[in-house]
Every structure is written in C-alpha cells, then in structure tokens.
Design a protein. Sequence first.
Length: 121
Amino acid sequence: MSELIDDYSKRLGNKLKIEYHNSKLTPTEYLKKLSENTILLDEGGDFLTSRNFATKFKAWQLSSDDVNLAVGPASGFPKRLPNQKISLSKLTFPHELASVILVEQLYRASEILKGSSYHKD
C-alpha cells in the first residue's frame, strides 16, 4: 500500500505533503499531533462525489491556510470531535487502505480540475 501512496504522491508532485504517524499511538496521542482544524476521514463524515471532492480540493489549493486531512488510527477517532469530517465510503477500510483511497482521490481531484480523461463519469 505504501507503494501506491508513493505513486499517487509522485503524480501529484508538490501539491501535497504526506506524513505518516506511528500506528501504535492511542487516539488521544494521535490527535495531539494534528492541527486543530484538521479534516478527519471518518465513516460518520460527509459523503462527497469525486466531483464535489475536486471542488473542495480546488478551494484548498486556493486557500492561504494549510489544509490537513487525517486518516485515523486503527481504533478510530473519538466521537463528538468538532472537526469537519469526510467519509470515503459507507464501508469500513483498514486505515492503510483508506490512506491509499484518500491519496488516489486527491490525484483524481487534480485530474478532474485539469479536465483530463482520468475520471470517467
């Protein structure tokens, strides 16, 4: 899975920075490493189409603020956090696979914005 993340990261170029966190951290320890306004990837988050996600991606690129997205620890994020949340699916994925899906969706968003043929509606 790390090879897939690296592949999509290379395709994106300098559009994003990926940080890996130790999987042995508790959810509380993990949250302490994240900025306060981090967008959490969570099964209870908002469902977006790839085109809606691309619209968000464009806004993030235009923002002067850093935008941080986080795939949670294996045990998930604590409930009732005030952070914005996005769901990748109604299905539950291992957090490593969710990371691959997230980076692929970021790449897909960049391709949608370019008008390439990568995304098929």
